[in-house]
Design a protein around this ligand. Structure first.
Ligand code: ADP
Ligand code: MG
Length: 675
């Protein structure tokens, strides 16, 4: 048989060279992981073959015993990892080994810090895979043949890891892949079989395909070796850990298993191991990682919980066994009842899969509840890493909404700083006796939320407000409107109704004020025209002159901003301008006779209310012009303030003279502004 070698030299994709350099530099202190990665690829290839052979037996080519073999050639200073798995065609080699298809790669590269210790963590999560061979080798040769193709369709790929590789067609009798590492000068330690065995024990014990090495022999026999056939022995446990009895598995075994399936260096936070008997029998072993993977926010993230059917790997597509908001969960489900030749499409609408999935979701949520209860510190770690993902839950998983909501954590006016968070249960426990709602504010930063004018009255009345400043929070509150029978209420929406906390007198006072200042309200509305829906007396403010409020069912200005930033359309909502009658600026406005000056002031009031909640002005230049004009025209050294409070008495009528209004009124909140 002759083979047209058709040897080509190809360049690596730019990203590949970049990754290669990074991998070699950052992972040097963890260099032994190259073996884990190569064994993991070999095992994937074997599992792929087993899966494809379910529908095409011929792929086994009369060699159904899948295995991975690792051998050493001391003279040539090489290690070879061989598998008899699915193999690759020439096209597949070029696609899989010379390029990086993953769209998250660029983001991954950007996330690197230059700090070696930190980067090695990130790279570890990236699953460097095949390229890790170049940590210890200065030349790598991969020879492979796709199962089912003739021996003349072998492919040899070779590279020194420096920008280019060669690829040629060769003859290869057995199917599968041999990866040969030509070790660097200083890496002789890996020529010692005991060293390789110990690495396999550490990282690959639970690879379910046997990993074999030449049988160790007494020295005397070694001489005669060349004559005889190599005798192989299995060096990994090779059992499916999840099938063993819970009580016989140590914590360390669970942790090592996690690391090998998740390609992680760190321990998981917790795990859940279950065996379910009955009409739908399966075993599941699920892990909550201790940190987020690099591709947590990658829409195309594909690897999730692995599905096996009677120990045969079927697939690990991320969306099949876990909902999107639990995409960080790693692990294995092994079903006894699904048919082996189940197609991927069929799995989509399979009742058994659905019931496994929903039971597992409950288990994960239950484990998280337990973690929150028993180990606050670990839960804090979990929340820091995955909180924003969990917030997608109430929208995605209606049935478990309440359970998920109980797991959420928020910054609040009663917690210290952004890092300290409270749960909805904490909130409810602290609610005032007559308080009925859970109040929150959304803003685009913690500081903007914390300093929003909308919080003033809540501070005064000592009512806790949750401070939501993650992008996903808007999405969350639009789907989570109630928890344990308590309505979640934005403090920036609708007519603020704190009546339940109010005494009657204060309410009446407010009504009266609205009446008394009706003319002012109308005058402002006339000036602002179509920009506002209404101008009314505020029950929200104590220190600020004005704030903007949207209708109960309108989109919040923060959400509208987020949508616009993402290039999406947001409906124009007309806000209500609420004013604080006790504020000197408002008093000054009321006293203003000059129509132009009144107009300038009214617009400034409106614009600064928009600014105060993090909004952007339609016409910032005009705002600046008006402000400057006012500053310069200030006739008398008018009193500054807005913080002045104290003396009792109602806002006593209107003062006609500007800048001399000395009246100080009591706080105006109380009751609902006039309904
Ligand atoms: P990953 O395993 O995460 O996909 P790798 O860099 O480890 O990334 O491998 C890249 C790809 O190369 C694999 O997805 C697979 O398609 C192919 N590959 C690597 N090693 C083998 C092998 N031994 N047999 C068949 N295909 C392989
Ligand atoms: Mg891999």
């Amino acid at each position: 048989m002759t083979v047209d070698a058709h040897k080509e030299t190809m360049e690596f994709q730019a990203e590949v060279s970049q990754i290669l350099n990074l991998v070699i530099r950052s992972l040097y202190s963890n260099k032994e992981i190259f073996l884990r990665e190569l064994i993991s690829n070999a095992s994937d290839a074997a599992e792929k073959l087993r899966f494809e052979a379910l529908t095409d037996d011929a792929l086994y080519e009369d060699d159904p015993n899948l295995r991975i073999r690792i051998s050493v050639d001391r003279e040539k200073r090489t290690i070879t990892v061989s598998d008899n798995g699915i193999g690759m065609s020439r096209q597949e080699v070029m696609e899989n080994i010379g390029t990086i298809a993953n769209s998250g790669t660029r983001r991954f590269l950007e996330s690197l810090t230059g700090d070696q210790a930190q980067d090695s963590q990130i790279i570890g999560q990236f699953g460097v895979g095949f390229y890790s061979a170049f940590i210890v080798a200065d030349r790598v040769t991969l020879t492979t043949r796709r199962a089912g193709l003739g021996p003349e369709h072998g492919v040899r790929w070779e590279s020194t890891g420096e920008g280019a590789y060669t690829i040629e067609t060769v003859e290869k009798a057995g199917r599968g892949t041999d990866v040969t590492l030509h070790l660097k000068e200083e890496e002789d330690e890996f020529l010692e079989p005991y060293r390789l065995r110990s690495i396999i024990g550490k990282f690959s014990d639970y690879v379910s395909i046997p990993v074999e090495m030449p049988k160790a022999r007494p020295e005397a026999e070694e001489e005669k070796e060349e004559s005889g056939e190599t005798e192989w022995e299995q060096v990994n446990k090779g059992t499916a850990l999840w099938m063993r009895n819970k009580s016989e598995i140590s914590d360390d075994e669970y942790k090592e298993f996690y690391k090998s399936i998740a390609h992680d260096f760190e321990d998981p936070l917790t795990w859940i191991h279950n065996r379910v008997e009955g009409s739908n029998e399966y075993t599941s072993l699920l892990f909550i990682p201790g940190h987020a993977p690099f591709d947590l926010w990658d829409r195309e993230q594909k690897h999730g919980v692995k599905l096996y059917v009677r120990r045969v790997f079927i697939m690990d597509e991320a969306d099949k066994l876990m909902p999107h908001y639990l995409r960080f969960v790693k692990g294995v489900v092994d079903s006894d009842d699904l048919p082996l030749n189940v197609s991927r499409e069929l799995l989509q609408h399979n009742r058994k899969i659905d019931s496994i999935r929903s039971a597992n979701v409950k288990r994960v949520l239950g484990a998280l509840e337990k973690l929150a209860r028993d180990d606050a510190e670990k839960y804090q770690t979990f929340w820091k890493e995955f909180g924003n993902v969990m917030k997608e839950g109430p929208a995605e998983d209606f049935a478990n909404r309440e359970k998920i909501a109980g797991l959420l954590r928020f910054a609040s006016t009663k917690s210290e700083g952004e890092a300290q968070t409270v749960s909805l249960d904490d909130y409810i426990e602290r609610m005032h006796e007559k308080q009925e709602k859970i109040y929150y504010i959304t803003a685009d930063s913690h500081a903007a939320a914390l300093h929003s004018p909308h919080l003033e009255v809540f501070r005064k009345k000592d009512v806790e407000v949750l401070l939501l400043s993650d992008r996903v929070d808007e999405w969350l509150v639009s789907h989570l409107t109630e928890y344990k029978g308590k309505h979640l209420q934005s403090v920036a929406k609708g007519q603020l109704d704190l009546t339940e906390l109010e005494d009657k007198e204060a309410q009446e006072q407010l009504q009266q004020q609205a009446e008394e200042h009706k003319a002012l309200l109308e005058r402002i509305k006339e000036t602002l025209g179509e920009r506002v829906q209404e101008v009314r007396v505020s029950t929200r403010l104590t220190d600020s002159p004005a704030c903007l409020v949207v209708g109960e069912y309108d989109m919040s200005p923060n959400l509208a901003r987020v949508l616009k930033q993402m290039g999406q359309k947001a409906p124009e909502t007309k806000p209500v301008l609420e004013i604080n009658l006790t504020h000197p600026l408002v008093e000054r406005l009321e006293a203003e006779q000059d129509e132009t000056l009144f107009g300038d002031l009214a617009w400034i009031l409106f614009d600064q209310a928009a600014l105060a909640e993090g909004g952007q002005l339609d016409d910032p230049a005009s705002f600046v012009r008006r402000l400057n004009k006012l500053v310069l025209n200030q006739p008398a050294p008018a009193r500054r303030g807005g913080r002045k409070k104290g003396a009792a008495g109602k806002t006593a009528g209107r003062k006609k003279k500007k800048s001399t209004d000395e009246q100080v009124s009591s706080d105006s909140e109380g009751g609902n502004g006039g309904d």
